[in-house]
Design a protein around this ligand. Sequence first.
Ligand SMILES: *[C@@H]1O[C@H](CO)[C@@H](O)[C@H](O)[C@H]1NC(C)=O
Ligand SMILES: *[C@@H]1O[C@H](CO)[C@@H](O)[C@H](O)[C@H]1NC(C)=O
Ligand SMILES: *[C@@H]1O[C@H](CO)[C@@H](O)[C@H](O)[C@H]1NC(C)=O
Ligand SMILES: *[C@@H]1O[C@H](CO)[C@@H](O)[C@H](O)[C@H]1NC(C)=O
Length: 440
Amino acid sequence: MIFLVIISCILKAGHSLLLPEQIHLSWTERENEMRVTWITNIDTTTYVTYRPIICPSIEHSDNWKTILPNTTKFNKGEIMVLFQFIHTAIMTDLRPECYYEYYIVTEKGKSENFIFSGRTPDSEKPYQDANNEIDLVVFGDWGTGPNGVYVKQLLDQHSKIRNFLGILHLGDIAYNLDEEDGRNGDEFLNQIQTIAANFAYMTVPGNHELASNFTHYKERFKMPINEANDGNSCFYSFNLGPAHWIMMDTEVYLSENLKDSQLTETNWLLEDLEKANDERNIRPWIIVATHHAFYCSVEHVFSRECWEESALYNSLFEDIWNHYGIDLILEGHVHNYERDTPIYKNATVKSEYDDSHTHKNPNAPIYIISGNAGNKKGHNDPIPSLWMPWTAFMSEDYGYGKIKVFNKTHIYWEQYSAIALEKIDYLWIIKDHLRYTKPN
Ligand SMILES: *[C@@H]1O[C@H](CO)[C@@H](O)[C@H](O)[C@H]1NC(C)=O
Ligand SMILES: *[C@@H]1O[C@H](CO)[C@@H](O)[C@H](O)[C@H]1NC(C)=O
Ligand SMILES: *[C@@H]1O[C@H](CO)[C@@H](O)[C@H](O)[C@H]1NC(C)=O
Ligand SMILES: *[C@@H]1O[C@H](CO)[C@@H](O)[C@H](O)[C@H]1NC(C)=O
């Protein structure tokens, strides 16, 4: 009996070792491409096969295309040496109006089929069609364990009806990717495969990715490459619809001994903003997404993050945000949901028109924290909150946000509770003129 159990365990392990796992997608630095990254636990021949489906511009096609990946042998272990093979390949020549189907093959079998949209970031002009709206799911701080299950269930439902195009996970991933010799990272990536294999899953690092110089983060997530980031997935930007999206690494600014990395990122950011501002007539919105919060409403004694660290970040960036007229700043790190008014120097800035769910022609960035997707260790973190004059709404429910960029004048934000299974907050941002024109 025991013998049989052992045999069946070996067979089970042997079987899964050979199959692809942790399959996830991400956009690249070029348009009409989708990157797929997956893991095998042993070195095996493996590749991705894809074809367009639901594609008005192409006759139904049985022409599957096959792409071989680049493979990295990665030691995920800290105590034990545990190698895994990280494969990454780019599917090209996508069309924005089409959906694509793909699967991963290894010597011993294949994955199930997954589907993704061919609508990807634009390198120049925004893609135009009758329905040019962009919906992205936004959250930070999501891990394995029971607290993350609520968001997993709701996100699985939303994935099935495909009511969004991609996901922004704003740092603190798996709690932690490197834990249990990396097996916790594997578990997380397998847990999100139903979602991340069907939608671009875009990330920035949080403080929980810090181990071994962010090695697990950099190896497992492959984000757009630019001249400054050296291909390390920590900071990048993309254009999608009438918005420019900046994905920022706030971790480096907390380390005194990372002055060089800080300078590299800040210089990149300024250059990126300069370019985005030049193109504001075609993309009026600039949205920044980070792990750490610039403003959050928590009692001082409970949170170094919301006081000392926020003060540091604001001393570095607030004038930059205001100079370039950043519209919206999305954040994680604090384990709750908080929407603030437009803020400059710790005070609400009046918009041309304000009500509790609308800002028309705001005059400073609006700050939103959606940092409660469900972290492994903590509970819901009901850290005593302290409503500030600029706090507009708070909730401790596990959940996530969704941003809808309708067009050049309207953005709609909503936050879902994965506990109550409903929308708990929303906001319209409307602007019919640019707040800042480039000074010259
Ligand atoms: C594979 O590696 C080559 C050489 O470093 C690089 O040019 C190419 O972009 C990589 N492809 C992917 C899919 O990462
Ligand atoms: C950590 O990673 C950064 C960026 O990839 C690199 O510049 C730096 O040299 C690394 N530091 C160490 C201690 O390896
Ligand atoms: C921000 O304003 C609040 C109240 O308006 C005050 O309690 C707090 O000390 C201020 N924070 C900073 C960093 O100035
Ligand atoms: C932009 O979207 C909003 C919200 O759907 C709509 O009311 C408005 O008419 C749209 N503007 C244009 C120019 O299509």
